[in-house]
Unconditional design. Structure first.
Length: 280
């Protein structure tokens, strides 16, 4: 298989703007207040947005890529692997599916495989990295379709959030989780559920106490000591502390730490930490 025939496309909830050696495009989501629109692309000043939003009391909403945005991202690629944020919380997957239909109808020799991540952020990043690896290994389109679905069964996402206000205001968490909105100093610890929704597992008083619990959650969710991706919202110090704790327990872990982009920063909010991991 010719590497040039493949393209990976993801929406901006993946926090991936570009990758090496394989064609890639990111379809931005948009964050909107009544005053301003933040397009989640490479030009977005994420920390500026997070600062703005700290003092913002307006209703703020988000919008997923439309069908046309997805088709534009597909470009003229023959084989597209398209990864979306969870269909449990966003319309992104549905619009990607319509885009796939239109694209394949218009170009009968082209194919798009749409993957509903049932997750967000760092878990999507792991899926993108694996697609890249498969393409560079010159696997066929069909092999990659099959193997990436298998890989996805062996990845997970856990999180530690200082606020779920934006999730609650946009109806993206259950009433139970939403009831913790505004309790100062409480961190919500949870995971992406099998249905691709937010599942709260614990509440923790203070950020320091949250980290051992987060490490236990990795164990409980069968972390295999392989790859781990930590995305944070203006909170590199805690991300680093967690990295050290993971390495002490699982010395061979391949960890990367990075700032989340716009969409994930809006919903994970200031101080939020998302952890994608590989599991047995
Ligand atoms: O379509 C849209 O407007 C986007 C809506 C996205 C809503 C949720 C984003 C969550 C981002 C927050 C914590 C991790 C939760 C993962 C659960 C699957 C990240």
């Amino acid at each position: 298989m010719n590497i040039e025939n493949f393209k990976i496309v993801a929406d901006s909830s993946a926090d991936v703007l570009n990758i090496e050696q394989v064609a890639y495009a990111s379809a931005p989501l948009i964050i909107r207040t009544t005053q301003k629109e933040y397009v989640d692309n490479a030009d977005l000043d994420v920390s500026g947005m997070v600062q703005d939003l700290l003092s913002n009391t307006d209703r703020t909403t988000t919008a997923c890529p439309g069908v046309g945005d997805w088709i534009e991202a597909f470009g003229d690629a023959q084989y597209v692997f398209c990864v979306t944020i969870t269909s449990g919380l966003s319309g992104s997957y549905n619009s990607a599916m319509v885009a796939k239909q239109n694209y394949e109808e218009q170009y009968p020799d082209r194919k798009v495989f749409v993957i509903d991540s049932l997750s967000a952020g760092p878990e999507i990043k792991l899926i993108i990295e694996k697609l890249q690896e498969y393409i560079l290994a010159e696997k066929s389109y069909e092999e990659i379709c099959e193997q990436i679905m298998e890989y996805k069964e062996h990845t997970g996402l856990i999180f530690s959030l200082a606020s779920v206000r934006n999730l609650a205001n946009n109806g993206r968490v259950s009433h139970l989780v939403a009831s913790a909105v505004g309790i100062l100093g409480i961190r919500i610890l949870g995971r992406a559920s099998a249905q691709g929704t937010l599942e709260q597992l614990y509440k923790s008083r203070g950020e320091k106490k949250a980290l051992p619990t987060l490490l236990n959650m990795l164990k409980d969710h069968n972390f295999n000591g392989g790859k781990l991706r930590i995305g944070h919202v203006l909170n590199e110090s805690v991300a680093k502390q967690f990295k050290d704790m993971v390495l002490a327990a699982y010395p061979n872990t391949k960890v990367e730490i990075y700032p989340l982009r716009g969409l994930c920063s809006f919903y994970a909010e200031n101080g939020g930490v998302l952890v994608g991991f590989e599991k047995a």
